[in-house]
Design a protein around this ligand. Structure first.
Ligand SMILES: *Cc1c(COP(=O)(O)O)cnc(C)c1O
Length: 431
């Protein structure tokens, strides 16, 4: 029996022999993730038999000291050999342009190292941390925000780091959400990942763990029944994929993603908006529709970070707003990601939207919809204000000492938020 999921993008039959030039490789090897990892492509000689390389790609592959290249044969097999603009190809093939710097670029644009209480742990928000578990990935995205450490085997994290990371999480009871990232945590030996998840689940204040991975796209063979069974023992586990184009949802990926969805993991996708890859409302529409057909909820659409080597992927923010305008109302709400700028300097994710609120008076709010239809919402003229004094949830929160931010202003905790030394600057005396 075929379902909608099977037929979504899977009209092509699954492979019976590996694609050229791997046709002599036995199918069991091709489908073995270990074989895929040990046969990754990284040089001009490796790619020449499968792609008509451009001069820019040859320059990128030959650049000394550039960010690591490693592409699984599987992911390489999805590339269009004759189209250098192929969205699969653009994500992992280095270009000479990576070496061109731009004014605003930074090595660590999100100031992650500054927000690291212990190596590999980024604690930016009060209740959640990002934990880098490895610097290794199945393949390396050219737009990687962590290219400063990722791909470098000499910079890898190990058990000593995990102990310090876990000790920090244990000592900070406000942390209820841990994001396993890297590198790619699904590259870790299953036993190590199993142990890490067990340790995290044993911490009573850790309510959920999230796993950020692109392994299901780069190396769908890794999503074995055995791996899924191990992960299932650690629910609630949220899995975030990184998909930037519908073309990545190839048949083997569809199958790997279905395994994860069947195992009950809530699936999300974080995408990066990139020039020449997905900077088009219709490409994004195709992508989000492909995602939801495969039970993956589009979560974030990121403005490309100001990271060194990724300048040629950047788009104007206007492009993101144009894309969001083309989504809301035009497709299912659950197919719409939140478009964010991850604020340089470590401000975290800031949502960006077109304006829907047009005007307001004491009793009316004027809004516009996606069609340009303008409507008024009449506000309640009798509203009995919520009373935090008698609300248990408010009382419980008040006892915690949280970073309150702008919400703290609204709650009347503070009257202003001011830059450091703002007071002194304005204490101007007469003489
Ligand atoms: C993205 C991110 C998170 C998680 O943010 P959510 O908005 O909860 O998904 C947490 N910590 C860091 C450092 C991040 O970059």
């Amino acid at each position: 029996m075929t379902t909608k999921i099977d037929t979504a993008l899977n009209e092509e039959h699954r492979l019976v022999t590996p694609p050229t030039p791997w046709e002599d490789v036995p199918m069991e090897k091709w489908n073995d993730w270990r074989w895929q990892l040990s046969h990754r492509l990284n040089t001009v000689e490796d790619f020449s038999p499968i792609l008509n390389l451009t001069e820019d790609e040859i320059a990128g592959l030959s650049a000394p000291g550039a960010f690591r290249v490693d592409v699984t044969p599987y992911y390489a097999s999805l590339m269009d050999p004759d189209d250098p603009q192929c969205p699969i190809r653009r994500q992992v093939m280095p270009l000479g342009q990576e070496l061109v710097s731009f004014d605003a670029q930074m090595v660590d644009s999100l100031a992650e190292d500054q927000h690291s209480p212990v190596p590999g742990l980024v604690h930016r928000y009060p209740d959640r941390v990002l934990m880098m578990t490895t610097t290794q990935c199945a393949s390396y995205c050219r737009f990687c925000t962590r290219s400063r450490i990722v791909g470098d085997p000499a910079e890898n994290f190990g058990s000593h780091d995990y102990e310090r990371q876990i000790a920090y999480i244990e000592a900070n009871p406000q942390i209820r959400d841990v994001l396993l990232s890297g590198g790619d945590p699904l590259i870790l030996p299953a036993k190590i990942l199993d142990n890490l998840l067990t340790r995290l689940n044993d911490i009573s204040h850790v309510e959920i763990v999230r796993l950020n991975t692109k392994v299901p796209m780069f190396l769908p063979q890794r999503i074995t029944d055995e791996l899924v069974d191990m992960l299932r023992r650690h629910q609630p586990l949220w899995i975030h994929l990184n998909i930037n184009h519908a073309k990545e949802m190839a048949p083997d990926v569809v199958q790997a993603v279905a395994k994860l969805a069947d195992a009950g993991f809530p699936l999300g996708s974080q995408s990066v908006l990139m020039a020449g890859i997905n900077d088009c409302p219709n490409i994004i529409l195709d992508m989000v529709h492909t995602l939801v057909r495969n039970r993956v909820r589009p979560y974030y659409l990121y403005q490309c970070d100001l990271v060194q080597g990724a300048g040629h992927f950047r788009t104007p923010v206007a492009k993101g707003i144009e894309i969001m305008e083309a989504l809301r109302g035009h497709t299912s709400g659950y197919a719409i990601p939140t478009y964010v700028i991850d604020a340089p300097g470590g401000g975290g994710k800031v949502p960006i939207l077109p304006n829907y609120l047009m005007s307001m008076s004491e009793d009316k709010v004027v809004v516009r919809n996606y069609e340009g239809f303008i409507s008024t919402y009449t506000q309640a003229d009798e509203y009995e204000s919520h009373d935090p004094e008698t609300c248990e949830a408010c009382q419980a929160r008040q006892r915690e000492n949280k970073q309150q931010g702008v919400a703290g202003l609204l709650a009347g905790k503070k009257r202003t938020i001011e830059p450091r030394s703002w007071q002194q600057t304005h204490e101007r005396s007469q003489d």
